[in-house]
Design a binder for this molecule. Structure first.
Ligand SMILES: [Zn+2]
Length: 432
């Protein structure tokens, strides 16, 4: 029997759709279980029924009383920034220059890349996150080290080499040609290998020339279905700089549009200060706007307007944006998202937030056929969540007993890595 065959028992919670659109979207089995065979979900249901179907020798991990959910998905995060999280007192452009760019230069050293990649993946798993869309640095070895670590752990990850050819320290710059060639060879080496996929990653319009953005567009054209990730309309000084650098563009998003970088697999981080024309172009191209609440608050960038984007039909994802973001936990990220939306006069029910962290983000990343819900045939990435993980949570749960919506809201507002008791990646327990 393969090592990743087992039964995981608990209170199974998963979504078929956004619970705000469909009342029947939530699947909840109080005394449930998931049968995992060869890293995939073979069956899900009541514990008796699942045990009847399980091979007799399959181990049973009993998480009775705890929630068994799909692993969380983080749509925008920087693995080279684990040692600049919580760096004091700067908005975006200073924060990049003072903290991030010096830090990213360390990734010229392959040993450093490996050490940080291992830490980063462990930390994601400790937080119940099993899939992420990840920025590496400009160094190809940073991408090789990240993908090698993810492959060793059988984790589903999307990542790419950051492309930067101006307005950055010499040691962090490539050229349009080198950025293209290094990205192309990384795509050949890693895309589609195991559970890995590639994102063409021009950091943002400030640090990529028109020629480099066009090279990124060529990569997208030559590699159909490849992902794109970059930043958009995060900070007012950034937007002003882009306006000066690209006077011919109608707006910030138009800079990327002219290079052929919009589309259903393109994820734009932040999208705080969008003009109406940008909202319309995101919707028309089926591009994704990544909401990064802890980062937007920490860097004083602004407040994401989810309702406006949803009304216009823009696809949305939720993301930590560590290290501009201050927590690896999608639970803590959702809590800050809730507060941002309250400031905008918008509501975000807990069930909708948990849908977003799981199937919603899987859909945003075009991965809904593989991960994001607990259904037969899907990959067995699970998070086991304890709503009574801390004394304050246990105390609060005394008055939420038997009310799943109240429990989910307690988890969303008070939960973090401490609430995650176990994480399964392709069926293998990974939380240290
Ligand atoms: Zn970012």
């Amino acid at each position: 029997m393969s090592a990743n065959t087992r039964v995981v028992r608990g209170r199974v919670l998963s979504f078929r759709d956004d619970p705000r659109l469909d009342e029947e979207a939530r699947i909840y089995i109080e005394d449930g279980a998931v049968l995992i065979v060869g890293g995939r979900i073979e069956a899900v249901g009541g514990v008796r029924e699942v045990l009847r179907r399980a091979p007799p020798e399959a181990p049973v991990d009993d998480h009775a009383g705890r929630l068994v959910m799909p692993g969380f998905i983080d749509a925008h995060i920087h693995y080279p920034q684990t040692q600049v999280v919580a760096s004091y007192g700067a908005q975006l452009l200073d924060w990049l220059n003072n903290y991030t760019f010096p830090e990213e230069q360390k990734f010229a050293d392959r040993d450093h890349c490996e050490r940080i990649a291992d830490f980063f993946l462990d930390e994601l798993f400790r937080c119940g996150t099993t899939t992420a869309m990840v920025y590496c640095t400009v160094h190809p070895q940073s991408v090789d080290a990240f993908f090698a670590a993810a492959e060793r752990l059988s984790a589903r990850m999307i990542a790419g080499k950051t492309m930067m050819d101006r307005d950055a320290p010499e040691a962090l710059m490539d050229t349009p040609e080198r950025g293209y060639e290094e990205s192309q060879s990384l795509i050949q080496r890693w895309r589609g290998r195991g559970r890995l996929d590639y994102a063409v990653t021009p950091r943002f319009a400030v640090t990529s020339s028109k020629a480099q953005l066009e090279a990124a567009g060529a990569l997208v054209k030559e590699n159909p279905g490849v992902y794109v990730q970059t930043h958009l309309d995060e900070n007012k000084a950034e937007i002003e700089l882009v306006r000066r650098l690209f006077p011919e563009a109608r707006n910030y998003l138009d800079v990327y549009n002219r290079a052929g970088l919009l589309g259903p697999r393109s994820v734009f981080g932040h999208c705080v200060w969008l003009e109406d024309a940008e909202v319309a172009a995101l919707a028309a191209s089926r591009s994704v706007a990544a909401f990064c609440p802890t980062s937007n608050l920490f860097l004083g960038s602004g407040l994401f307007d989810a309702a406006r984007l949803e009304r216009a039909g823009v696809r949305i994802a939720l993301a930590t944006d560590v290290g501009g973001g201050t927590s690896y936990s999608m639970l803590a990220t959702a809590a800050e998202g809730y507060k941002v939306l309250e400031l905008k006069g918008q509501s975000w029910p807990a069930a909708a937030a948990f849908y977003r962290m799981t199937l919603g983000n899987a859909r945003a990343l075009s991965l809904e056929g593989r991960v994001g819900s607990i259904e037969p045939g899907k990959e067995a990435d699970l998070a086991v969540i304890d709503s009574r993980a801390t004394p304050a949570m246990a105390h609060r749960m005394e008055t939420a007993e038997g009310d799943l919506d109240a429990e989910l809201f307690v988890l969303m507002m008070l939960g973090d890595d401490r609430a995650v008791r176990q994480t399964y990646v392709a069926g293998v327990p990974r939380k240290l």
